[in-house]
Design a protein around this ligand. Sequence first.
Ligand code: DOR
Length: 398
Amino acid sequence: MEKLIKNARIIDFSKDFLGDIYIENGKIAQIGLDIEKECETIDAKEKVLMPAFIDMHVHFREPGFEYKEDIESGSRSAVRGGFTTVNLMGNTNPICSRMDIVKDVMKRAEEVGLIDVHQCISITNEFDGKDLSHLEDIDTDIVKIITDDGKGVLNSRVMLDAMIKAKEKDLIVGVHAEDEEITPYSYRISENIETIRDIELAKAIGAKLHLEHVSTKEAMEYIVEAKLKGFENITCEVAPHHIYFTSDEENYRVNPPIREIEDREYLLWAIENGFVDMIATDHAPHTKEDKDKGAPGMVGLETAFNIVYEKLVKERGISLNRVSELMSKNPARLLGMNKGEINIGYEADLVLLDLEKEIVIDSNEFASKGKNTPFEGLKFNGEVIKTFKAGKEVYSKE
Ligand code: DOR
């Protein structure tokens, strides 16, 4: 299979130039100017071509809650947002604590065939907060990350032991930092206290720690401090909604919650200054009925690029190179994947964007089953025109 994409503005973390990309057998085979080949050719004049996006934090709800999202609707949502890889959380039913569940999810995703998935296994067995025995059975060729996302790991000794095991097996510990005993008193202290605890444990043990959906100024300050001290085993992600809203404008229910202006500005500062490793959506589809009953979360895959483009590029003048680093290169490296960059030999997972196009968010157009978004009706620039996975077109706007 061959494909030639011509006359695009080609951007990844280190490049930004007008040119062509030639794809052969699913990989980027040639990058340059005036490439001529006898094969399917796409004219990408006035469009931007970037590595497809990779989302480190996604809930697809299969098995158990397919009425909210299944692997097929989730995959369609991903490619419509320009993503070809997602990292799936384990708060399904049953909770993903076993390799057979991981393999079923991956098989289903392969059958759908639109994206690559990585499925996380829980830190504690079925989120019981105590038992780590199932970690022995993880096949580390397949699973790279453990997380109890959706809730915190309350017991510090359990987290210490989980990090020791993770270090031994070279697993990444993904952390939803929330002390649920503190949450009813303060969502802020609840996030901060588990963040600092887990940073201290990771510093001592040397395990790989990935802090999910960091939302407070204090939590990010602890991360900045650890990074300045050289702890390369600590990474973090920030969600688009936490850099867009503040709680006096919007109080859409999400966990961690929309924070205050000082928090948002500090997160933006940390992104600008290289302390944030990636943007991850926390795509959390729910039905209207479940939202009315108080379920936290919002869908994110189909609005992520628009929000990032608005807040980082248009408002702050941050380069699209840095956006590509945050949405493609860094998550690919954390997952150990040969993608997220435009280089010869890399997977031809690409997204073609029209940055000029004005769009209005309309959840009825979402491919996701979840229509739960606080961005409804808001105007943005930028539209995904096509998404390619291993050179194959997996989404086209028309
Ligand atoms: O808002 C959230 N929704 N935060 C979480 O941690 C879980 C997620 C979900 O699964 O709905």
